[in-house]
Every structure is written in C-alpha cells, then in structure tokens.
Design a protein around this ligand. Structure first.
Ligand code: SAH
Length: 506
C-alpha cells in the first residue's frame, strides 16, 4: 500500500463492520495498519484502533448528538490530511456505502481530486439479522429484501419513503436508523395495509457483547420498544422470516453474553484473552495499563544474550521475555545454532510455546510459577551445584526465582529483557467506558497488571469482581485489600477463561 503517486495522499473509505472485530475484512485491517491518519465515528468498534501504528494520528469524528463535528468539517479534514500526502483511513460502521453519509464523503473526496478507495464492510443490515438468528431470505417466506432508512434528511418536507409501495412489496424489510420514529413508521405501514401481526424484530447493538433482540409485531413493537427503553443503534427486521429465530437464535445463547469484562494487558497481548472472551459473547473492555519498553540497560541485556551459549540453562519466565531475547539474538546472529548446547527452561505453557515457535526444544517446563516448585523441577534433572543459569525476565521482576536457584547452588545471572511502563493513553476510550458504564469483572494476568491497574487510580466500578490467573497474582490482589472472586486452576489464558465461565455459571 505504498503511496507511489507523486506523494499524493489517498483516502480509504473503509467499512468497519457492525461491531464484532471478527467481521472486519482483511483489507480493512491492512488499511488500519498502514494509516497515517485514522478518522472514526462512534459506530466503528474502537478496539480496532489498536491495530494502528503507534505514531498514527487518531481522530474521533463524533456523530453522536452533542459531540459531532459537522459533516463539512469531516470532509475538510479528510481532504486536508490527504493533501498533506498522508494515508487517510476513514472508518465507518458497517459498510461505507450503506446509509451513514459515506457516499457524500466519497463525492467530496472525488470532487477534490484526491485518490480514494472504497473498502466494503459487513453492514449491520445483514449482520444484525444474522446474529439474531433471522435469515433475511427463506424460500418459503420471501424472494426479496428491502433496506430502508427510518431517519430521513430533516430538510425533506415529505417522506421519501413510499409506504404504500413498501406495504405492497412485502418480502423482508430491514430498517436502519430512525428507532425514535418507530411508532410513526409502523403507523404508516398499518395505514397502508401491512398486516398487524407481521413479525418484527429489533436487534440492538448487534454483533457486540451487548446485543439484545426484541420481537413483536407491527402493531405492538413500538410500544414494546418504548416500555423496554430500547435504544439505538438498532436494526429493525419486518417479515415472516423473523419467526425462524425460534431455533436459529445462536449468538444470544453464548455463556458470557452481556457480561462486561475488563482485560488489563498490553495491547498486543490482550488480543488472545479478549478474543476468547468475545467468542463466548462477552463485551470486552480492553484496558491497556502497561506498555512494554526496552530495558533501561539494553546494552547489558544484549551482552547477556550474546553470551547465552556459555550458560548451562536459560530460564524464560514470560512470553515477553522470550520475544525480547530472540529479537536481540537474531540481530546478533543469523544462525540459530549460536545458542549452543544451553538447555532451556520455560515457565508456563504459553512461554514454552513461544520458545517452540523459534524451533527450539524446551528441556524443562515447570507448570507452576512458584519459585520453590521450579527449583524442585530443576533438582529432578540432577545437581544444581555450580550450574550456570541465565534467568530472562522483566526489570523489577520479583527476584525469588534467582534467589532460590542460588540457594540450591547454582550461579545465576539475571537478564532484564524489558520493562513495563504505565500506559497513559486512552485511544480506544476504554477508560471513559469503564467510568461511565462499569463492568462485571476484571481479569488480572500478573501481579504487575494488578499494580498497574491500581496505579491508574480509576474509581472501582460498583460490583466489579476479580478473576486472577494464579496464586501469585491473587496474593498481590489481596495485599492491595481486594478480594479474588475466582482464581484459575491452570495458570494460563485458557485456565483463566475456564474459571470465568465457572464464575458466571454459578
Ligand atoms: N453504514 C452502516 C449504517 C450507518 S447508519 C452499516 O452499514 O451498518 C446507522 C444505523 O446503522 C444505526 O442507526 C442502526 O440502525 C444501524 N447500525 C449500525 N451498527 C449497528 C449495530 N451494531 N447494531 C444495530 N444496528 C446498527
């Protein structure tokens, strides 16, 4: 996606999908990764901003009442940034050309003579019904589908929607926008001869962990929506196919649906846990509390990496440590054999897996990250007397492990592979979300996530419970005067997810 054309910027009008990150296209992801400037509105899932480069300029274009930039301002912004020669990605919820004024933005950009590309997205008009278990077509029910908007240009004096024609047309009809006009819309439908018992479904915040569906008929849906306090964004589906939801409703049956779960890790690491929780239906609030940075003494670390082959053992305590180590290692050497005959210990399955990813054998894999247990495992391999061990871990990591290994007779060096610093930014608005809407549960995957979360000084949301990955993390939680509601039996991400399922199943 290099910008070859004489330094001209380009605007990518990108469909961000309906909410579920898994429904974003590969092309959209590629655009986000390459963007110099990202402009997004409230319907685009902000979690995807995490794919952007660290130095990308991220601009929220509002579009919620009260906080919106005007459409002219947005158009001007896209054009100005492109004229500076930048790759501008305009993220729009769903598909950029299905309502929501994407077409107007494209016209402005075209009129300004700026190169552009349209990246279609999965529209909420399709995804909403699908996630509610409503097939838009079924041979026995209909042979055509209509998309219409319930919210029209306020400047129009007469409705552009020909309700008489809609009524006559039948089939499946999907309405976007205009939830607040639902009563008027269904009133028009009835007036024009649509049968009062025609099934209707409203799918709210479709494809997210907060999806809710309300079903009724043309006669009663507006009343029901009002009573339930149903709010936009929602799509409304009119038609016989709505009745098929009975046994096709799949998404809303997920075990963690609607649960608001905070994931506190660095952005890069968060995705594995977040994705697993999302797959179970949870609404994940990714709250990066820390960021990984190079260790304060990178030179010293590099020297230890260079000399790693001189040790009897290297001990990796985390995935980050493995990555930082091999990052340097392969800068220094272009042959994996330079690691020599050193044996490798990796604590925890994820750490071991990361070592194996580099095609190296893991000689010792203590499951438990408790120093005594690790030392016990080592002793099973033979005497520790004068064994030279390099422990690769984070700066300021607890030094229990090196100490215990020394006590057992080993000669231990510590290699500080990285350091964690507080994440001060809130690009995805996660902190704001947490403050405004709270959460059901927070996950802690290490002591530092506990400390770093508390260091942010955010008020504790009412009723937010705590899930911890293991005993050390739990101890840190308790030391802070908090209560651990559930602790994983297996101290890894899968174990944590299992524990969370059990907690909510109680
Ligand atoms: N281009 C978007 C639509 C923009 S208009 C698309 O293709 O989806 C905004 C309307 O889209 C909202 O009022 C609502 O009707 C619908 N919408 C967008 N995202 C939605 C979601 N996750 N759940 C339900 N409706 C959604």
């Amino acid at each position: 996606m290099a910008n070859t054309a004489n330094n001209d910027g380009t605007v990518y009008l990108v469909g961000a999908g309906p909410g579920d990150l898994g429904l974003v296209t590969l092309r959209a992801k590629e655009c986000i990764e390459n963007a110099d400037v990202l402009v997004y509105d409230h319907l685009a899932n902000p979690d995807m901003l995490g794919w952007a480069r660290d130095n990308a300029e991220i601009i929220y274009a509002g579009k919620q009442p009260g906080e919106s930039r005007t459409q002219q301002e947005i158009n001007a912004l896209l054009i100005d940034k492109a004229r500076e020669g930048k790759i501008v990605v305009r993220l729009k919820g769903g598909d950029p050309f299905v309502f929501g004024r994407g077409a107007e933005e494209a016209q402005e950009i075209a009129n300004a003579g700026i190169p552009f590309e349209i990246v279609p997205g999965v529209t909420s008009a399709i995804a909403g019904p699908a996630y509610a278990g409503i097939p838009l077509t079924h041979r026995a029910h209909n042979s055509h589908v209509t998309f219409f908007t319930g919210h029209e240009d306020p400047a129009k004096t007469e409705s552009a929607i020909d309700y008489a024609a809609l009524a006559k047309l039948g089939g499946t009809q999907v309405m976007l926008m205009g939830m607040e006009r639902l009563g008027a819309v269904t009133g028009e439908m009835l007036k024009h001869g649509v049968r009062g018992d025609l099934p209707v479904a409203l799918v709210c915040r479709a494809t997210t962990g907060q999806q809710e569906t309300l079903t009724g008929t043309v006669s009663d849906i507006a009343q029901k929506a009002l009573a339930k306090g149903f709010e936009p964004p929602a799509v409304a589906v009119f038609g016989g196919v709505v009745s098929l939801r009975g046994n096709l409703n799949w998404y809303e049956k997920r075990p963690l649906l609607g649960k608001r779960i905070v994931v506190t890790r660095t952005r890069k690491q968060a995705s594995v846990l977040s994705n697993k929780l999302r797959a179970l239906g949870a609404h994940v609030i990714e709250l990066p509390t820390i960021r990984l940075e190079a260790p304060s003494n990178l030179r010293e670390f590099a020297e230890l990496v260079q000399d790693a082959h001189g040790y009897d053992w290297i001990v990796f305590t985390s995935v980050n440590g493995v990555e930082a180590f091999f990052d340097i290692f392969f800068k220094l050497y272009d042959d994996a054999r330079e690691i020599g005959g050193v044996r490798i210990a990796a604590i925890g399955p994820a750490t071991a897996q990361r070592v194996k990813d580099f095609h190296l054998h893991v000689d010792l894999q203590p499951e438990e990250f408790v120093a005594e247990a690790v030392v016990r495992e080592f002793k099973k391999q033979g005497s520790m007397e004068n064994e030279r061990i390099l422990v690769v871990h984070a700066e300021k990591a607890r030094d229990v492990l090196p100490k215990e290994l020394s006590v057992a007779g080993a000669i231990v060096d510590e290699a500080f592979a990285y350091r964690t610093v507080p994440e001060a930014r809130d690009t995805s608005g996660a902190r704001r979300q947490l403050a405004e809407h709270g959460a059901d549960l927070i996950t802690f995957t290490s002591s530092s996530t506990v400390e770093n979360f508390l260091a942010l000084g955010l008020p504790w949301p009412k009723g937010m419970r705590i899930a911890s990955i293991g005993p050390i993390t739990s101890k840190t939680v308790r030391d802070q005067g908090l209560i651990v509601d559930i602790e994983a039996r297996r101290h890894d991400i899968d174990g944590l997810v299992q524990a969370i399922r059990e907690l909510f199943a109680r």
